[in-house]
Design a protein around this ligand. Structure first.
Ligand SMILES: Nc1ncnc2c1ncn2[C@@H]1O[C@H](COP(=O)(O)OP(=O)(O)OP(=O)(O)O)[C@@H](O)[C@H]1O
Ligand SMILES: [Mg+2]
Length: 326
C-alpha cells in the first residue's frame, strides 16, 4: 500500500498521562483521511508529532516515505522556514490558528511565501490562485482583523498550500465556525484534495468527516479504535435514525398517523416537536413529511439525527469488550 503517513506503536506521554498510546496510523496517498476523536483523544498531539513539533516517547513515524526519529524529528521543527529546501512537502494548519490582525490576507500569504523561499514572481503567480481557491477573491486586501472566523480559517488553509505540498494536515479546520462557515471550509478541503494531494483532517464531528473523507481513523484515549474506508466504517456504525420534526401545531391525529408508519418505532411529543425513532438508518423524511401534511400538520423544521461519536464509541467499545454499554 502506498502510504503518505505510517506510524507504528506511536506513544507520547505528558508526565504520567499517555496522550498517544501505541498508535498505528496509516494514511493512504491521495485520500482525504478523517482523524476523528472526542476532545482529549490525542489528535493534536499526534499531528504535532507528524509535523515535527513534538517528539514521541516511543514508536516510529514515516511521512511521505521518510522516517522521522531521534534528531531528524527536531529538524522538522523549523519546517516552516526550511520547507523550500526540504524533500518533504507538508502543509500544516494548527488548531485555531491566530494570524496578525493588522495584515491583509494577501500580505499574510506573501510573508509566508517569503519564508518558504518563494521568489516574488512565484508568489505573484501563486497567491491570487490560492485566494481564489479558498473563496476569498475580492477580500484579499481586507485586514485579517476584519475577517470572519471562517475566512481566517480559509486564509490559513491557503497558507498551507503555498509550497504546493503533497500532504496537507489540518487540525480541526472548522472548530468554532457557524454552519455556513463549516460548509465553506469543507468545500475548500474537498477542492485541495483534487490535485492528487493527501489530506489528513482532524475533527470531533462525525457528520463532518462523513461529508468529506474517503477514509477515517477513530481515535479514543490515544488509541485507534477503527481505521478503514469511510464506507466500511459507516457500515459499522449505522444504527436506527432519529427524526426531529417541528410542526406549527401538534394534534393527536398527526402523532397517531406518524406512529402508524411501518418504519417508525415510537413518537415522543415535546411541545410542538415530535421526536420520531425510526427502525432503520434510512432517510425517511419524505415519507414522514407526507404523512404529517396529509394529517393537516404544517412542518416548520425537520432534522435527521445522525449517529454521533458517542454512539459510535459505545457501539465500538461494546463490540470490543463484549459488554453491554452503560
Ligand atoms: N502540553 C500538554 N501538557 C500536558 N497534557 C497535555 C498537553 N497537551 C495535551 N495534553 C493532554 O493530552 C491529551 C490529548 O490531548 P490532545 O490535545 O492531543 O487531544 P485532541 O484530540 O486534540 O483534543 P481536542 O479535540 O480537545 O483538540 C489530553 O488529555 C490533554 O489534556
Ligand atoms: Mg486538538
Amino acid at each position: 500500500m502506498d502510504l503518505a503517513i505510517e506510524t507504528n506503536g506511536l506513544t507520547k506521554k505528558y508526565g504520567s498521562l499517555t496522550a498517544v498510546n501505541r498508535l498505528d496510523l496509516r494514511v493512504k496517498r491521495k485520500t482525504i483521511h478523517g482523524f476523528l476523536g472526542p476532545n482529549g483523544a490525542g489528535k493534536t498531539t499526534t499531528i504535532k508529532i507528524l509535523v515535527g513539533l513534538l517528539k514521541p516517547n516511543e514508536g516510529t513515524v514515516r511521512v511521505l516515505g521518510q522516517e522521522l526519529h531521534g534528531d531528524k524529528t527536531a529538524g522538522f521543527l523549523n519546517s516552516f522556514y526550511e520547507q523550500a529546501d526540504s524533500r518533504l512537502s507538508i502543509g500544516y494548519m494548527p488548531e485555531l490558528p491566530k494570524f496578525p490582525k493588522h495584515l491583509k490576507g494577501s500580505e499574510l500569504l506573501d510573508i509566508y511565501g517569503q519564508m518558504y523561499g518563494m521568489t516574488q514572481q512565484h508568489r505573484n503567480e501563486q497567491i491570487p490562485k490560492l485566494i481564489e481557491l479558498v473563496g476569498l477573491k475580492g477580500r484579499e486586501n481586507d485586514l485579517i482583523g476584519k475577517y470572519s472566523k471562517g475566512m481566517q480559517q480559509r486564509i490559513g488553509i491557503a497558507q498551507t498550500l503555498l509550497n504546493n505540498p503533497e500532504l496537507v494536515i489540518l487540525d480541526e479546520p472548522s472548530l468554532g465556525l457557524d454552519p455556513v462557515g463549516m460548509v465553506e471550509v469543507r468545500e475548500v478541503v474537498k477542492e485541495i484534495a483534487k490535485e492528487g494531494r493527501t489530506v489528513l483532517v482532524s475533527s470531533h464531528l462525525l457528520f463532518e468527516v462523513e461529508q468529506i473523507c474517503t477514509d477515517v481513523t477513530i481515535i479514543n484515549r490515544g488509541t485507534a479504535l477503527v481505521s478503514d474506508t469511510l464506507q466500511r466504517v459507516s457500515g459499522l456504525i449505522e444504527g436506527p435514525a432519529m427524526l426531529h420534526v417541528e410542526v406549527a401545531k401538534t394534534s393527536d391525529k398527526i402523532v397517531n398517523a406518524v406512529k402508524k408508519l411501518p418504519s417508525v418505532t415510537s413518537v415522543v411529543q415535546t411541545g410542538n416537536t415530535l421526536r420520531i425513532q425510526m427502525k432503520t438508518h434510512e432517510d425517511t423524511r419524505a415519507q414522514v413529511s407526507q404523512e404529517i401534511t396529509m394529517s393537516g400538520g404544517i412542518i416548520i423544521g425537520m432534522s435527521q439525527k445522525t449517529s454521533n461519536l458517542e454512539d459510535v464509541f459505545i457501539q465500538l467499545i461494546h463490540k470490543d469488550q463484549g459488554e453491554k454499554p452503560r
